[in-house]
Design a protein around this ligand. Sequence first.
Ligand code: SAH
Ligand code: SF4
Length: 360
Amino acid sequence: METKIDEILNQNTFSKADLISLLQTDKETRNKIFTQAAKIKAEYVGKKVYYRGLIEMSNICSKNCYYCGIRLDNKNANRYDISDSEILDAVKFAYESNYGSVVLQAGEISSPTFTKRISNLLKQIKDISNNELGITISLGEQPDEVYQEWFENGAHRYLLRIESSNPDLYYKIHPQNKKHDFETRMACLKSLQKIGYQTGTGVMIGLPFQSYEDLANDLLFMRDFDIDMCGMGPYIEHVDTPLYQYKDLLMPIDDRFTLTLKMIALLRIIMKDINIAAATALQAIDPIGREKAIKVGANIIMPNITPGMYRDNYKLYENKPCTNEEAADCTNCMEIRIGITGDDIGYGEWGDSKHFEKRV
Ligand code: SAH
Ligand code: SF4
């Protein structure tokens, strides 16, 4: 078994069967995967972590994903929409703190007014920062023209998780209707890639009904799609959502955490030069969860710079960390945190996906 794992880990291509067996490994073998991923990260993207200051603009959403705490039908969610001036204050904070990039994320809203508002914000972010801040957006499914308009206004990275690459599982965690169509999501990802965005996707790990084979297929999907960036994290149940009824089917939360680290490490091994985020959801389970992800292959961290008073309401899942803090607290805390991983921080740098640079 020992030598077999070493052999598998040193291959250039990985079969689905290899990935399934690696995902199921015990503690000792797991550490071999982690060591290999850390080595590959150092060699291909360097021991450096890049910041993306995350602004959770609004928790108003028109969709009803079964897992998410801010879904339309959750009447217990306390809705907010941060004003443009508050958003720009957070942007200034990121710029002054030398973060390099910001991320605008929100529930999914699609309307001409929303499109214009984002376009204006993008232009202002560029203005405020002398064109220096990189901009990632994560605003769900939109028509091609909208993606195009935002790209022209300065967004150059987009995050849209496929959530699961298995359509059957996708429809177990989403309503089966036009607003939650697997093919549309896939088409959106293709459109983002075609327009020229650095394209990021990802999945949730430890969902009810999800198998090791599903996760292995997710890794192969990301490889075959040729993604530039990935953000994936553990599924964390939320009491006010339909998926909560299956909580007894879930693996223990610590196992979901470890499985996420394995997914990150394996993705680093099979896609050596992409950007991989250490998801905030990891920190909801383990106080140093994101730092553990950095040690096994992740190279992006998204410090939350949403104004403190709104944070508590962007509850996609339970136990969301740092909801009672302000952005400045994050900067100090992050620096100490990254320090313990032994990596440097890419202050003031975009830290674009090296994979993207080679792909285009
Ligand atoms: N509305 C946008 C962006 C906000 S949601 C979109 O859906 O793309 C961002 C991500 O949060 C989703 O892609 C999903 O993977 C994650 N998420 C939502 N609910 C979650 C939960 N209960 N546990 C873990 N991650 C969750
Ligand atoms: Fe809305 Fe995104 Fe949550 Fe789905 S995952 S309900 S689109 S915020």
